[in-house]
Design a protein around this ligand. Structure first.
Ligand SMILES: NC(=O)c1ccc[n+]([C@@H]2O[C@H](COP(=O)([O-])OP(=O)(O)OC[C@H]3O[C@@H](n4cnc5c(N)ncnc54)[C@H](O)[C@@H]3O)[C@@H](O)[C@H]2O)c1
Ligand SMILES: [Zn+2]
Length: 375
């Protein structure tokens, strides 16, 4: 007997001023018109965009039920999900209703996970308001929360019914949140496509010399390219098959993340924004690729220069190398106790390398080079 799993396609809409039309956009994404829409957000995001979002949803005749979660990674917990689910249940949300995640990656991951499990799954839509959420976390259906033991250890794949991106929301984002997002865009280009890398680099150069050019059709095109890239990877490897090690596997999106996660956990998530830590992680992995003879020196220099263009990163030169190495081995991405390293053959093409081929000496040297004050 064979059973075809049900899948749905979804729309990613990108533009300036999507929020005021959210009600109609949502209607066009869903297979049936919901009666109630639960908007999950946080206080900061709701105070910025709540008025226009709720107005638009009410104008579309939905009964709108907002619920706020705490702001920050430390609220990405099962406890928060439980409260969201309790709220959905008390509000009487049915399987034909919908959950809308309005916010950054934390809101998206929590709201998505609640929607994945409440009534065994109800429709949800992503309305991402940070750069990381717009180019990465809102696409691909990974939802979940952290455990005291580590990040993203509990979760579910639950694809949204639509991703509605208003680029204007990025104007209120703090500088470090943007730097963090830019590092993730550099990552996507570095592992997947020289063209995407170049498009990202050109945009970073443009806004460096003309900051007012930030909210622009070029930004929309860039975000669209990144969503398309992420979507292509996800379609080819929806659930991140553990045995895949080819250059198109979902695992390549972890470039820079092995060391990045180690830096985050070693500094108890206080010193780095996630993407900033990934920025350093890419420099270490790039160095490692070059030391192994996989990546040309000129390509490593291009990677370094582009990370520099993303903006300044917090100092990492005083971190303990042994501590970083221990934290790397604790990373959940290791398989049979060995790390699968995502390295580069060139800008635009990743190569997955088994941890047994990386000597502790090479790792230590790469960490030392990658975390230098001036890179
Ligand atoms: N599901 C996935 O595939 C995936 C992929 C990448 C990252 N993630 C997750 O995403 C999270 C990181 O996402 P993030 O960087 O968006 O963090 P975040 O959600 O904590 O947002 C960062 C900060 O920006 C604020 N904010 C949001 N939108 C704003 C706006 N428009 N203007 C001003 N401030 C705004 C938030 O309140 C928060 O303080 C992590 O938990 C990470 O694990 C998930
Ligand atoms: Zn990341």
């Amino acid at each position: 007997m064979r059973l075809a799993a049900a899948k749905h396609q979804y729309e990613i809409k990108i533009g300036q001023g999507v929020l005021p039309d959210l009600g109609d956009e949502i209607r066009s994404c869903l297979p049936h018109t919901p009666r109630r829409v639960a908007v999950i957000s946080n206080q900061k995001v709701l105070s910025l965009f709540g008025a226009q979002t709720l107005k638009s949803l009410r104008a579309a005749q939905y009964s709108v039920c907002p619920w706020l979660i705490g702001d920050g990674e430390r609220y990405k917990t099962l406890g928060t999900v439980q409260k969201v689910i309790q709220f959905l249940s008390e509000t009487g949300l049915e399987r034909t209703d919908a959950v809308v995640a309005l916010g950054g990656g934390v809101v998206g991951d929590v709201a998505g996970f609640a929607a994945a499990t409440y009534l065994r799954g109800i429709p949800f839509l992503q309305v991402p308001t940070t750069l990381i959420a717009q180019i990465d976390s809102s696409v691909g259906g990974k939802t979940g929360v952290n455990l005291p033991h580590g990040k993203n250890l509990v979760g579910s794949f639950h694809q949204p019914y639509g991703v509605l991106i208003d680029t204007k929301t990025l104007t209120t984002l703090a500088r470090r949140e943007l730097v963090s997002g830019w590092c993730e865009t550099i990552k996507q280009g570095a592992v997947g496509s020289k063209t995407l890398f170049k498009q990202t680099r050109d945009f970073l150069k443009t806004i460096k010399s003309a900051p007012d050019a930030f909210i622009s059709p070029a930004l929309e095109r860039l975000i669209r390219s990144h969503c398309a890239f992420k979507a292509a990877i996800v379609i080819g490897d929806e659930r991140e098959a553990p045995d895949r090690t080819d250059h198109l596997s979902r695992r390549v999106l972890n470039f820079g993340h092995t060391v990045g996660h180690a830096l985050e956990s070693l500094t108890e998530y206080r010193r780095f924004r996630h993407g900033e830590a990934v920025g350093y992680g890419m420099l270490v992995a790039g160095q490692m690729s070059s030391d192994l003879g996989l990546l040309a020196t000129s390509e490593l220099e291009l990677l370094r220069d582009t990370v520099r263009l993303a903006g300044s990163l917090p100092d990492a030169s005083n971190l303990d190398e042994d501590g970083i190495m221990r934290a790397i081995l604790r990373d959940k991405k290791s398989v049979d106790g060995r790390v699968k390293w995502v390295l580069l053959e060139r800008i635009g093409r990743a190569r997955i390398v088994d941890g047994k081929d990386i000597t502790p000496r090479l790792l230590r040297e790469s960490i030392r080079h990658g975390l230098r004050k001036k890179f």
